[in-house]
Design a protein around this ligand. Structure first.
Ligand code: SF4
Length: 363
């Protein structure tokens, strides 16, 4: 897999999807020497299960470990430090990590209890935990979700779980963006496997999961977060740490240079969307018929952006979405399936940012 490539896979069998995407990415080749010390860094910000939209799905962890072990890698650990308000051990327990560690014989490392050293991160002195810095290869496994302070959170912000609690507090006093960008210059960012299964609409702690049923792989954490912005309906310029990390040489934020490789079609993941009250409020503008999860979920993100802009206040229109509209006519529709409509947003599935621009004009 090249640095400008983005791999995606849709479906509901998350463990098998994980193994398939890692095989397609040729991760084993990228890692190389079988003796390398490999770390998996999930997002266990709080002690909540993944269906809340806050934490990485265990099926992805299991799929990654199985893939690595089947390819002859033996030195595997899971390394994480929850946010200051929660204990990593509690998050490990709630999400079933001790059982998985036993089942596969992998080590669990709580970074909240680790020692640390100070590093010069391109002009900013930052403390980073010793265990993750001792790894030969780190697989970052963030959840794609919203964040109340930084708008989105994915690869770059997930690195905060590699620093001690005292440093996390300092990050907040520094406004998060700048230290997040500098941190990425020293921590390993070898491979990123994004849990885009049901990340939260706008809150790191979960509560409003948006079903997408998708897993994505990247080699560039800056490209990852830039693409995530567009997936959630935000211009990349709205999330300052992405541009800062790019300027520091961490990666490329220009999504137009990315090569997107879809390993299957969005229609591999259809079905009922979990409706919290907040998602339900946005869904009342939608008329779905047999919609794919990633298409519907992206529309929920787009409607949330329009709602933030006050554009849904007097909206009486309904937006059609889904394979049930193929070959049909109508007024406003989303995606290739509604190409017979008077107004239709192109794509299969379209990105939320394109839906926002389309709906701004047409609603
Ligand atoms: S355009 Fe149609 S087929 Fe494509 S993702 Fe959307 S609903 Fe699915």
């Amino acid at each position: 897999m090249e640095k400008n490539e983005i791999l995606m896979i849709y479906g509901k069998n998350y463990k098998e999807m994980t193994k398939e995407i890692l095989t397609s990415a040729k991760l084993a080749e990228q890692i190389g020497d079988k003796k390398k010390k490999i770390g998996l860094k999930p997002n266990l910000v709080v002690a909540k299960t993944p269906d809340s939209g806050a934490t990485t799905h265990m099926e992805m962890i299991e799929g990654t470990i199985e893939y690595l072990q089947e390819n002859g890698f033996k030195n595997i650990s899971i390394t994480e430090g929850s946010w200051v308000g929660d204990r990593t051990q509690a998050a490990f327990r709630v999400c079933g990590y001790p059982e998985v560690a036993r089942k596969y014989g992998v080590k669990l490392v709580d970074n909240q209890q680790d020692t640390y050293k100070s590093y010069n991160a391109k002009g900013m002195q930052l403390n980073v935990c010793d265990f993750p810095m001792s790894l030969d290869f780190l697989i970052n496994m963030p959840v794609l979700k919203g964040h109340c302070q930084t708008t989105i959170t994915c690869a770059l912000k997930n690195n905060k779980g590699l620093i001690p609690n005292s440093e996390k507090r300092k990050f907040h006093t520094m406004g998060l963006h700048k230290p997040i960008a500098h941190l990425a210059t020293v921590v390993p960012n070898d491979f990123i496997l994004v849990d885009n299964i049901c990340g939260d609409l706008d809150f790191e702690e979960g509560g409003n999961p948006v079903t997408m049923n998708r897993i994505m792989a990247f080699r560039d954490p800056v490209l990852c977060d830039a693409y995530v912005c567009e997936t959630m309906g935000y211009p990349v310029s709205e999330v300052a740490y992405i541009g800062m990390a790019e300027k520091l040489g961490v990666g490329c934020a220009d999504t137009s240079k990315a090569k997107i490789i879809e390993l299957n079609e969005g229609c591999n993941a259809k079905g009922k969307i979990r409706m919290t009250r907040r998602v339900q409020e946005l869904a009342k503008y939608v008329e779905p018929v047999d919609a794919c999860s990633a298409c519907y979920g992206s529309l929920i993100y787009a409607l949330d952006r329009l709602n933030d802009m006050g554009m849904l206040r007097n909206c009486k229109k309904k937006i059609a979405i889904g394979q049930g509209y193929k070959g049909q006519t109508g007024e406003i529709g989303i995606g290739h399936c509604t190409c017979g409509f008077e107004k239709s947003c192109k794509g299969c599935p379209p990105k939320a940012i394109d839906m926002v621009e389309f709906l701004k004009k047409e609603l």
